[in-house]
Design a protein around this ligand. Structure first.
Ligand code: NAP
Length: 244
């Protein structure tokens, strides 16, 4: 039986590379994005495995009803959801005295509430199946904190608490829930960081390189595989030793 995975924020960056990997692993995919349809279609056109089926669902996962539509669409098309990857996320950095209410709320709404929305709607399906895997993409800053990211680090720490609570609730239904905490990964999200800050960060990474989206896809591949069937409620850091 072919498995089905839902990936949020799949149009670029880490989400797109996870999508590519799950396509290679022969998953049917439900790919979510918010704005760029052309980018999403290009990704699918470049998939190497043409055997599996893919649908794209444009919606804003911070909206409860949109997230419901995403999961409903997945179930309507494929009749089950084996894997949910909560990857969509944004930053709106500012130091605390200058951070606006809007900057705080938007980051919490997409990163934390969006993750809740998708988990909540998929739980019903996975509970009926008595099987499922959820991987939530947190961040090193959810563990370590970061100046200028009060909103973002709070959202990513919140994801960790949520992951552990859902893992405790749904373990008896054979639903495994874990978080991945990436360090500095080369994507558009980190492109804008000034070079001198990047150089300083590099000095604190024992493996002396920035991460690639593929490093995160490797961890996700493991967490949704049979090899990880006794792992739940964990936060796996993929950060080159940046934080330990
Ligand atoms: P990215 O390149 O900025 O891509 C973000 C993706 O999320 C895009 O596909 C974007 O689609 C989508 N998205 C944003 N808001 C959305 C919404 N409301 N509804 C649906 N989709 C939405 O980011 P990335 O670097 O790949 O990061 C992916 C995840 O890893 C995020 O959760 C991020 O916090 C986390 N992370 C990244 C790093 C890093 O160093 N890059 C480190 C730690 C954690 P649109 O463009 O259409 O909005």
């Amino acid at each position: 039986m072919m498995k089905t995975a839902v990936i949020t924020g799949a149009s670029r960056g880490i989400g797109a590379v996870i999508a590519k990997r799950l396509n290679e692993l022969n998953y049917n995919l439900v790919l979510n994005y918010r704005t760029n349809t052309a980018l999403m279609e290009e990704l699918i056109n470049n998939f190497t495995n043409k055997e599996s089926k893919n649908i794209i669902v444009q919606c804003d996962i911070s909206l409860y009803e949109d997230a419901k539509k995403l999961i409903d669409e997945a179930f309507r098309t494929f009749g089950r959801v084996d894997v949910l990857i909560n990857n969509a996320g944004i930053t709106k950095d500012n130091i605390l005295p200058l951070m606006t209410e809007e900057e705080f709320d938007r980051v919490i709404d997409i990163n934390l509430k969006g993750t809740f929305n998708c988990c909540k709607h998929v739980a019903k399906i996975m509970m009926k199946q008595k099987e499922g895997r959820i991987v939530n993409i947190s961040s090193v800053v959810g563990l370590a904190g970061n100046p200028g990211q009060v909103n973002y680090s709070a959202s990513k720490a919140g994801i960790i608490g949520m992951t552990k609570s859902i893992a405790r609730e749904l373990g008896k239904k054979n639903i495994l829930v874990n978080a991945v905490a990436p360090g500095f990964i080369k994507t558009e999200m980190t492109d804008g960081i000034p070079d001198e800050i990047k150089a300083k960060m590099l000095e604190s990474i024992p493996l002396q390189r920035f991460g690639l989206p593929e490093d995160i896809a490797d961890c996700v591949e493991f967490l949704i595989s049979d090899k990880a069937s006794y792992i739940t409620g964990q936060v796996i850091s993929v950060n080159g030793g940046f934080y330990m």
